[in-house]
Design a protein around this ligand. Structure first.
Ligand SMILES: Nc1ncnc2c1ncn2[C@@H]1O[C@H](COP(=O)(O)OP(=O)(O)OP(=O)(O)O)[C@@H](O)[C@H]1O
Ligand SMILES: [Mg+2]
Length: 252
């Protein structure tokens, strides 16, 4: 496992956001974290990415226990997180965003624009991302394209672990498909991917293993061979609760 948690717990005041959650992800594998609103998904990835510190349990990178002082330290260990706001500047071009904070320099210390354009274009192409014009402002890209650029950027910067918090939740069917394709590409390049979603239909096609969270507790990790899409959906939705709701909403 590149990244692993063992019985991790996290409390915010009176809320126990995570209760002894264990999970792990290996190189070239996609682990999906599923759960309803408030289940603790974001809290878990914030611990993985150094934003929050856990109260108890263990966080391990390549088998050794760590305690991150902040997100920078996690990033230095190769753990990159793509948040929903993406940390991109809409008015800046695709290639500028691609190199934001990590600009390639010529020997005299001047920013090498031609090289930056070339590398951004090549990297996007290598991920199969078809951006017509890397001079185009990021703000004019579609939501799916923006997510894809963020994923390509993290892979280019040498991420060993890529954590994605609900990258598909605001997207339509086709755009979500585009993002899922880049998740698979990153996986094929040997990146360990942690993919957070509350949509089992997005998780199932790309996931190797599935961690279900409910009110902060892990309901188990299922391998793809151990669970069908229908079972995953039923576990997510809480079959009994849906039946009850259906009954309640019925016209008299
Ligand atoms: N910084 C915080 N301070 C206080 N409570 C928090 C904080 N972050 C999360 N919580 C609480 O912890 C619980 C889990 O929240 P979390 O954001 O991890 O859920 P989630 O599974 O990501 O939900 P969603 O699907 O809505 O994004 C919630 O009850 C939330 O209110
Ligand atoms: Mg969340």
């Amino acid at each position: 496992m590149i990244l692993e948690t063992r019985a991790i717990s996290k409390r915010f005041g009176s809320v126990l956001a995570l209760r002894e959650v264990s999970m792990g992800v290996a190189a070239g594998e996609v682990v999906c974290v599923l759960g309803d609103n408030g289940a603790g998904k974001s809290t878990l990835i914030k611990i993985l990415s150094g934003v929050h510190r856990h109260d108890s349990g263990e966080l391990l990178v390549e088998g050794a226990a760590v305690s991150f002082s902040g997100p920078r330290e996690a990033l230095e260990r190769g753990i990159a997180t793509v948040y929903q706001d993406l940390a991109m500047i809409p008015l800046m071009s695709v290639w500028r965003n691609f190199f934001l904070g990590a600009e390639p320099r010529k020997s005299f210390g001047r920013f090498d624009v031609a090289a930056a354009r070339r590398v951004a274009r090549a990297e996007l192409q290598a991920m199969g991302i078809d951006i017509r014009d890397v001079d185009q402002p990021v703000g004019t890209l579609s939501g799916g394209e923006r997510q894809s650029v963020a994923i390509a950027r993290a892979v280019h910067r040498g991420a060993k672990v890529l954590i994605l918090d609900e990258p598909t939740s605001a997207l339509g069917v086709k755009q979500a498909g585009v993002v899922l394709r880049y998740i698979a590409r990153a996986r094929d390049r040997g990146v360990a991917v942690v993919f957070i979603t509350h949509n089992p239909h997005h998780a199932y096609p790309v996931g190797d293993r599935f961690l279900l969270l409910k009110r902060g507790a892990g309901l188990g990790v299922y391998g793809k061979a151990d669970i069908t899409r229908e079972e995953l959906t039923a576990l997510m939705a809480g079959g009994a609760e849906l039946k009850e709701l259906e009954h309640e909403l019925r016209r008299e």
